[in-house]
Ligand binder design. Sequence first.
Ligand code: SAM
Length: 183
Amino acid sequence: MLALIIYLLAVLLLLFFLIMMSIYTALLIYSSLKGSPYVPTKSKIMEEIFAPAKIKKGGYLIELGSGDGRMLRYAVKRYRISGVGVDVNPLLVFWSKVVARTENLIDAEFKVENIFDTDLSRADYVYIFLMPELIDKMVAKMNRELKKGAVVISHGFPIRAWKRKLYHVHERKPFPTYYYRIK
Ligand SMILES: C[S@@+](CC[C@H](N)C(=O)[O-])C[C@H]1O[C@@H](n2cnc3c(N)ncnc32)[C@H](O)[C@@H]1O
């Protein structure tokens, strides 16, 4: 009898694991279909990435495609700023919220949202790590909504239409980081 119960519990556990893995995989595929797969920025280069942006206390950062929220959470703690991270992947947003809550980070908000629906007008800083084709599609919206002086950090890929706004490049393999200022 005990062996049967243990067997059934093991089957249930395996089923639960398989379901969770399927949901996770489906959401990763969903992220890719929306324009960019989930590839987190390496934690050890976070300081290096934000330094050239010269982030000032009290600023507002928008992370477009925030993944597990590590970049926004780091910047909020390090520079005493506030901000919002948006991502289409509900699982990643849920996880970002859980971690922010356990760290008592009230200044970091996370939302399930498509980046094309995000109001950019409040941003002093924008952080993106997105595929070039998705960046290209965002250019018109960023041109329309970003305020003068706002800094856009694009990790991994350049904003091809913004050659004149580029003020710094940090060369690094496999992903360089590009810095733009709105004029
Ligand atoms: C390369 S990951 C970067 C994650 C995070 N910014 C980081 O640096 O660790 C790209 C993220 O963008 C999200 N994404 C892709 N297309 C999106 C869209 N149209 N709107 C919102 N988020 C999107 C994906 O779900 C994924 O989490």
